[in-house]
Write a protein that binds this ligand. Structure first.
Ligand SMILES: Nc1ncnc2c1ncn2[C@@H]1O[C@H](COP(=O)(O)OP(=O)(O)OP(=O)(O)O)[C@@H](O)[C@H]1O
Ligand SMILES: [Mg+2]
Length: 337
């Protein structure tokens, strides 16, 4: 699809937009004040907090398809089950969590959160995008902003055909122009979980340069090829001074539902553990391959939500226990002074 066509397909936003389109790829109304700028080479870094968000955690990996989005969503729900230790809130209050999908070219959050068929987000009076909420968790994704095909009334096959600068600007707008307050008078989020795209390109660099990120959770699978990309991802985050909170090994094993034997389908976890040790990084969880994880993800029901299931499936139990532990360590780390 030609670029101009994509750009002209955000009519609801473009009515008030008069800035250059590559400066405003989401076509948001112009706001007063200076937008944060991507630093020029060797220029000063201008990191800002995300408005109405206390802590930011990125879920990333140098490698595609290792389970970043699945883990980001379930980490968000596992965090949402933790109690807030804020003095200003009731001791029984849970953490307020949101999810931001920064995978501009391949957003998964609309599917994983059961928001594929939702209406497009609204703008607030000040021109910020209102997140969409399901299962009590607000989320924002490029997938909510893509135009729908008139035939299918779906945007799932709509590609984003943008060059680097457009992507940087779209990321910038998703970072700073989303209203996470949760409505009038809302108090914002305790923690925002960001689902990162694969690789070490524009998006993680833009995030690291513009935002104060409190930690990164790096996901890998046991294979050597994944571990090599993971090391590159870690090096990139270190370059932009994002602290690595820890590593998650996904699909570490498969527990046979019939005989309950554990099989290392993709090889033993030894190389992963050795990598974590040599980099002096925490292992937050080793999660099994569980068919139910994939099925409930496709249905938009994160496995962490199915906590009350009477399932005795060992894999799911191990998965939830791993995510719960990872969430507790992440929160302890990012919230410690
Ligand atoms: N532990 C698991 N058990 C079963 N299926 C899993 C597990 N982890 C991930 N999957 C499945 O693997 C597929 C890829 O997962 P996911 O989309 O989360 O990966 P990703 O790293 O975000 O991919 P991308 O790099 O394309 O963004 C999905 O179908 C997901 O349901
Ligand atoms: Mg993904």
């Amino acid at each position: 699809m030609p670029k101009a066509h994509i750009l002209n397909s955000f009519p609801r936003f473009f009515t008030t937009s008069c800035v250059l389109k590559h400066e405003n790829p989401l076509g948001l109304p112009r706001k007063s004040g200076t937008p944060p700028q991507i630093p020029r080479r060797a220029g000063p870094v201008q990191r800002r907090p995300i408005p109405n968000v206390k802590k930011v955690i990125a879920v990333a990996s140098g490698k595609g398809g290792v389970g970043k989005s699945t883990i980001a969503v379930n980490l968000a729900f596992a965090l949402g089950l933790l109690r807030s230790n804020s003095a200003s809130q009731s001791p029984t209050a849970r953490l307020r969590v949101g999810i931001l999908d920064l995978d501009i070219f391949g957003p998964s959050i609309p599917t994983l959160m059961g928001l594929r068929q939702s209406l497009e987000p609204e703008l607030t009076a000040s021109g910020a995008i209102r997140p969409l909420t399901n299962h009590g968790v607000p989320c924002m994704s490029m997938g909510f902003l893509l135009p729908r095909s008139p035939d299918s009334n779906s945007n799932e096959d709509t590609p984003v055909v943008w060059r680097g600068l457009m992507v940087q600007k779209a990321v910038q707008q998703l970072l700073f122009d989303v209203d996470w307050t949760g409505g009038a008078g809302g108090s914002g989020l305790d923690i925002l979980v960001i689902d990162m795209p694969p690789g070490t390109g524009d998006v993680p660099l833009t995030l690291g340069q513009l935002v104060q990120v409190d930690g990164a959770v790096i996901v890998s699978t046991p294979q050597d090829v994944a571990l090599s990309d993971v090391r590159k991802g870690i090096a990139m985050f270190k370059k932009v001074s994002v602290p690595i909170t820890g590593l998650v090994l996904n699909q570490s094993n498969f527990i046979c539902p019939t005989c309950a034997t554990s099989h290392s389908l993709f090889g033993p976890p030894d190389a992963f553990r050795a990598t974590a040790k040599s980099l002096e990084l925490n292992v937050l969880a080793e999660l099994p391959l569980v068919p139910g994880v994939s099925i409930s993800s496709d249905e938009g029901r994160p496995v962490m939500l199915c906590q009350q299931d009477s399932t005795t499936e060992k894999g799911k139990i191990q998965w939830r226990a791993g995510m719960t532990h990872a969430a507790q360590v992440v929160w302890d780390k990012v919230s410690s002074p």
